[in-house]
Design a protein around this ligand. Structure first.
Ligand SMILES: Nc1nc2c(ncn2[C@@H]2O[C@H](COP(=O)(O)OP(=O)(O)OP(=O)(O)O)[C@@H](O)[C@H]2O)c(=O)[nH]1
Ligand SMILES: [Mg+2]
Length: 481
């Protein structure tokens, strides 16, 4: 890998460690790129150095280099010790000498690629599988890295695992002279841990303080933006679904069989439209958190026994969301496929009152007018009931919560945990959707989202409500704007 003059001044971080410690996984999560490199449970996966640049406001600020794992640190340290010709040989000169040997090109081919990066980096991230016991090979690895003459920051990976020995590791590292340590699970993502990792890097690489500060600021801004975008996508889904009307074709008054048939057709069409709209929202949530959505169904979302595989219009969906009692109270609502679709019926009195409305006493939109005429002619509409709206809210919030804590290194399918939302929150949502209910023209189901100030206000109000459910406000977020 050769560098242009401009690139050679870029803050360079070597990501080094024992094989299988999660170096490539760390790269994936930090770069928000689930396709970076190859990750596997077997050791020796990465065999070439690969670089990722991190940007803040379109300016490259750091160049992270993934390296092959150190497979035989004990043998390598012995070999390098054997290269000593003078007792005053220091670490870097021994490493340079090693990199010039024949053995560095064959026997220690992978290790030499890693050490070359450590030697040329401005900072070395030493990735450790924190579930491992602290072994002699680890102290040899640290000795090798120390000899490269660059600041070393240990990163304890797998820290969300019940078997992680974080304290043991911190203690052992301190005894080896490494007092600054970061912990970062690359699969179960914690934005605070990522920020702390960068803050620790800043302490050790003061020359690049401005770059690291810019990256930290960028991290915070991106996270806020992701949460805002996901909240908005969910709010739009709710407004669109609440406003949506599915017409039921009119039938002669005496033909009950045909009426039932038309209603069934309409129900199916409404269900299909809302299912598709929910699916699109799931994609928007993934995109909000910088996950690629092209392969969402195959790589991320498709699951048969998990939450997302459960049909929106099924008893299981109701049960999953913890709405069993609600559905029971609705009396037979949970009877399978045709759950909670409401037929907009109308009494004669109401119809004549509407007739007066259409007469122009009060202004009404073209869509409203058309709808009223249809109703006067005995036609009807179906719309989603409150239960469906609550389900849409609950399912998409569950997904957003899961994605919020998903590292790009996670290779498993998304399995959102069903967290029952408070009844008062769901009631607030239904209340906030009241105006959408009476404005069919606000619905973007099956079309591009309509524009309009009132719709926009409704969406913003709901988005604030949704945001609080995705992530409770943290003092630092409010303080930093
Ligand atoms: N649960 C969990 N799994 C992880 C974590 N980091 C890595 N893994 C898994 O551990 C295995 C090894 O991860 P890699 O990223 O390939 O490790 P590596 O250090 O790049 O390995 P080599 O390239 O072979 O040296 C993969 O199966 C990862 O999915 C983590 O923080 N938590
Ligand atoms: Mg790797």
């Amino acid at each position: 890998m050769t560098d242009s003059p401009q690139e050679s001044t870029l803050f360079r971080v070597g990501v080094v460690g024992h094989t299988n410690a999660g170096k490539t996984s760390l790269m994936r999560t930090i770069a928000r790129d689930a396709a970076f490199g190859a990750v596997s449970p077997s050791p020796g996966t990465t065999v070439e150095v690969a670089s990722v640049k991190l940007f803040a406001n379109d300016t490259p600020r750091a160049d992270f280099r993934d390296t092959p794992g150190l497979e035989d640190p004990i043998g390598l340290l012995e070999f390098i010790d054997g290269l000593r010709t003078d007792r005053r040989d220091d670490g870097p000169s021994l490493i340079e000498r090693f990199l010039g040997t024949e053995e560095s090109r064959n026997l220690f081919k992978n290790e030499s690629k890693a050490l070359r990066q450590a030697r040329t980096a401005d900072l070395v991230l030493y990735v450790v599988d924190a579930r491992d016991r602290v072994l002699p090979r680890h102290s040899d690895e640290i000795e090798l890295l120390n000899r490269c003459g660059k600041p070393v920051l240990p990163v304890l990976n797998f820290v969300s695992d019940a078997e992680a020995r974080v304290d043991e590791w911190r203690d052992a590292l301190a005894r080896l002279g490494l007092h600054a340590t970061a912990s970062f699970d690359t699969v179960i993502y914690e934005s605070r841990d990522e920020q702390r990792l960068f803050e620790a890097m800043r302490v050790l690489a003061d020359d690049f303080r401005d770059d690291i500060d810019a990256l930290i600021k960028n991290l915070r801004a991106r996270r806020r933006k992701s949460i805002d975008r996901a909240s908005r996508a969910i709010a739009e889904l709710l407004v669109d679904a609440a406003a949506y009307l599915q017409p039921v074709a009119p039938v002669p008054a005496d033909d009950d069989a045909l009426r039932a048939e038309r209603k069934r057709e309409s129900e199916q069409a409404l269900q299909a439209a809302l299912r598709e709209h929910e699916r699109l929202t799931f994609h928007s949530i993934l995109a909000a958190f910088e996950f690629k959505t092209e392969d969402a169904e195959t790589a991320l979302l498709e699951c048969t026994d998990g939450r997302l595989g459960i049909d929106l219009f099924s008893k299981d969906a109701i049960r999953q969301a913890g709405f069993g009692a609600v559905a029971g109270a609705a009396g037979g609502a949970a009877s399978g496929a045709a759950i909670d679709l409401v037929l907009g019926g109308m009494s004669l009195g109401a119809a004549s009152a509407l007739g007066a409305l259409i007469g122009g006493t009060f202004g009404s939109s073209a869509t409203q007018t058309r709808r009223l005429y249809r109703r006067l002619r005995g036609a009807n509409d179906l719309h989603a009931g409150d239960l469906t709206l609550k389900l849409l809210m609950s399912r998409s919030v569950d997904l957003a919560r899961a994605i919020l804590r998903r590292g790009h290194a996670d290779e498993k399918k998304v399995r959102p945990e069903a967290v029952a939302l408070e009844k008062s929150v769901l009631d607030q949502v239904i209340k906030a959707l009241k105006s959408a209910r009476s404005h069919p023209s606000w619905s973007g189901v099956g079309t591009s989202p309509p524009q309009g100030n009132d719709r926009e206000r409704s969406i913003r109000r709901l988005a604030a409500l949704v945001r609080e459910q995705i992530v409770p406000k943290r003092p630092e977020e409010t303080q930093n704007g």
